[in-house]
Write a new protein. Structure first.
Length: 434
């Protein structure tokens, strides 16, 4: 294909894991993908936003060709860099303000409650108070979380005052890593009076939700909100940690309709447009209540293979189509499998990794078990507690994607993969002696 027909797409935080699914979207042969900053530059340690923006500008200014799209599928700072760079280089994005209204958990709740009551009771926590106290009207059990975080970093479920105090101590010590750079972004948007003095280093308390966790994925195109998929998130037994995301959702159609209605109302209120989103909810089968957990101003790259397995096209398609001014509609049930899941193989104690499979081993397993893809996270000799982007309760060892005829088929494939990977560890005490 001649160069004049090729579109240059800059992907902020392009990684090797997502490159195959990006290249699987319709029309990808007319796209040329360019990485813009590494995931490490964007997420390791405390990120300097001015430095990161300047690095990106240097790359883009030096590029000899058209800059047709700037996209990203990660949380902060990627989610905010896309509209900032889009405004400078004239590419299609949603507004920076609409992204911040999603990402700042406190501001997001203030916006949500203007159009729906489908959210938990919430309030701000004074991190400077001694002793710290729960917000008035918010009852135990509750979750404490910074206004901005990802991968459930510094998010704690607490049942009483003692656990509340311990969680506040940890949040107080770690909140600046993301909160301080976020304040650089807040300075660039017009804040309403209710956000005066709130800043980026604020802690939120929310009453704990119960039931089934579910994610709604969609996009806004020319002001119209479209939901293209609903997925169930299933936890490990007696744990807040995900075991798998599963598509399509098994919830009753009338419940899914309610989720879509609330999603549409909230995304309109936020002023989102020309971009993808993912909204997380809880559904309680007992009282049939739905409650909005959080809004992500990007689709979930974790779900790309799931949509490809079931619908025939990765969800990256919507992101790219919107950025390029093309039709973002997804096909429906055109893939080879009836269901798909992303499994999180986890370890719940610390340890040192003693054996990981080679790339050849993983490729062999993927060939032997149809409809699977495997990503192993730790390296040999690595201590699990040194892994980045982990939640507060477990360590992710591998992501295993499965397509199948039903849940039983997918679980069988997952179990086969876990056994075949042969990951082994030394427990912490043994590791210390070794």
């Amino acid at each position: 294909m001649s160069d004049e027909h090729v579109k240059n797409v800059f992907v902020v935080g392009l990684d090797e894991t997502n490159l195959p699914t990006l290249k699987a979207v319709p029309g990808a042969d007319s796209l040329r993908f360019h990485g813009l900053l590494t995931v490490e530059e964007l997420q390791d340690g405390e990120v300097s936003l001015p430095d990161v923006i300047e690095k990106a500008r240097q790359v883009l200014d030096a590029f000899d060709g058209s800059i047709d799209a700037i996209v990203g599928y990660w949380d902060f700072p990627v989610s905010t860099l896309v509209p900032i760079l889009g405004a400078r280089y004239g590419t299609r994005t949603t507004s920076l303000a609409s992204v911040v209204k999603c990402e700042h958990k406190y501001w997001s709740r203030l916006e949500q409650q203007k159009v729906t009551d489908r959210h938990p009771r919430f309030g701000r926590v004074d991190l400077e108070a001694d002793p710290p106290r729960p917000p008035e009207g918010v009852r135990f059990p509750m979750w404490l979380k910074p206004a901005l975080s990802y991968s459930s970093e510094l998010a704690f479920g607490v049942d009483d005052e003692e656990e509340f105090g311990a969680a506040v101590t940890e949040i107080r010590e770690g909140i600046s890593r993301i909160g301080r750079p976020f304040e650089h972004i807040l300075d660039q948007v017009d804040l309403p009076p209710e956000m005066d003095g709130v800043g980026g280093r604020v802690c939120l308390a929310e009453e704990a939700l119960s039931g089934v966790q579910v994610a709604v994925e969609g996009y806004v195109h020319q002001g119209e909100v479209t939901v293209y998929g609903t997925l169930d998130s299933i936890d490990y037994p007696n744990s807040p940690c995900f075991l798998r995301h599963q598509y399509p959702s098994m919830l009753p159609p009338q419940v899914i309709d309610r989720l879509h209605t609330v999603t549409e109302r909230v995304m309109r209120r936020i002023g989102f447009d020309s971009a993808t989103f993912s909204v997380e909810y809880f559904y309680d089968p007992g009282n049939q209540d739905i409650s909005l957990l959080e809004i992500n101003p990007r689709h979930s790259q974790s779900h790309a293979e799931l949509f490809e397995y079931v619908d025939g096209v990765p969800n990256h398609h919507c992101m790219l189509a919107l950025a390029l001014g093309r039709d973002p509609r997804m096909p429906h049930r055109q893939g080879p499998y009836a269901m798909a899941a992303k499994w999180y193989h986890r370890w719940f104690t610390d340890g040192v990794v003693r054996h990981v499979p080679s790339a050849e081993d993983i490729a062999r397993i993927e060939r032997q078990i149809p409809g699977v893809r495997i990503e192993v996270l730790p390296e040999r000799g690595q201590r699990l507690s040194d892994l980045s982007q982990q939640d507060s309760y477990s360590y992710e060892l591998a992501h295993i994607f499965t397509g199948g005829d039903d849940e039983e088929d997918m679980r069988g494939k997952y179990d086969q993969c876990v056994a075949a990977l042969g990951l082994t560890f030394d427990e912490p005490a043994e590791a210390a002696r070794g």
